[in-house]
Structure formats: structure tokens, C-alpha cells
Design a protein. Structure first.
Length: 118
């Protein structure tokens, strides 16, 4: 199902205190792209970016490990939304923030089960 197609089987979320997260995700993605494209990323504080990163990582780990499933963690295909430089900059700083090295990353690395190897 695409992001723009409403799920008719989904429960009514009007009273769900966390429904705003799904609603704001597209806005946040678009705003980040606009800010970077116009060179105005400084309008968002470092603390806010760190809070967003922390929340995203926590949710992704809970959904993949806790629900024993995986999904593509990036929106779009290939480098449609994010460049390899942006990705590796983030990964490098995340490892550094937790005092981890690429060696520890290699221990945790896993192939996605939904992608067949050639």
C-alpha cells in the first residue's frame, strides 16, 4: 500500500495520542529537504535533530527486533531521498556517539531476509 492510499481496514485513530507521528512524517521529510536545498538547515537546533534521530532509531529497533520483521528504513528508492554521503555521515556519527567502531557494526550487520541475493 502506498503512503497516499488510506488503509480502509485500519482502526479509527482519531483518539490515538500517537497518530500525529504518522501525520507529521511526510511534513518532516519535506521540510528537511527544503531546509537542506536552501542551505537553511541551521534553522533547526542541534538538540532537535538529536531528539528526532534518537526517536527514529528507538522506533525502528523496536519495530524490527521487537516485532521480528524488517522493512526498508529509508523513504524512496535508492538515493532518491538521501545520498550515500548523508547516510554514511549519519552512521559514522551514530557509531562515534555510542563509542562503537565499524568492527562492532560488522558483528551486528545482517542481510535483510526480504532481499534475495544474486
Amino acid at each position: 500500500m502506498s503512503d497516499s492510499t488510506p488503509d480502509r481496514t485500519a482502526p479509527d485513530r482519531r483518539n490515538d495520542q500517537y497518530a500525529w507521528i504518522d501525520e507529521m512524517a511526510s511534513d518532516l521529510l519535506a521540510a528537511s529537504k527544503d531546509l537542506v536545498n536552501t542551505g537553511e538547515q541551521g534553522r533547526v537546533s542541534d538538540e532537535s535533530v538529536a531528539k528526532i534521530m534518537t526517536a527514529v532509531l528507538r522506533l525502528y529497533a523496536a519495530k524490527t527486533d521487537g516485532e521480528e520483521r524488517t522493512f526498508r528504513p529509508l523513504h524512496g528508492k535508492g538515493d532518491q531521498e538521501i545520498t550515500a554521503t548523508e547516510l554514511l555521515t549519519g552512521v559514522s556519527e551514530l557509531l562515534r556517539a555510542m563509542n562503537l567502531s565499524p568492527m562492532e557494526l560488522s558483528i551486528w550487520f545482517r542481510h535483510r531476509p526480504d532481499i534475495e541475493e544474486e
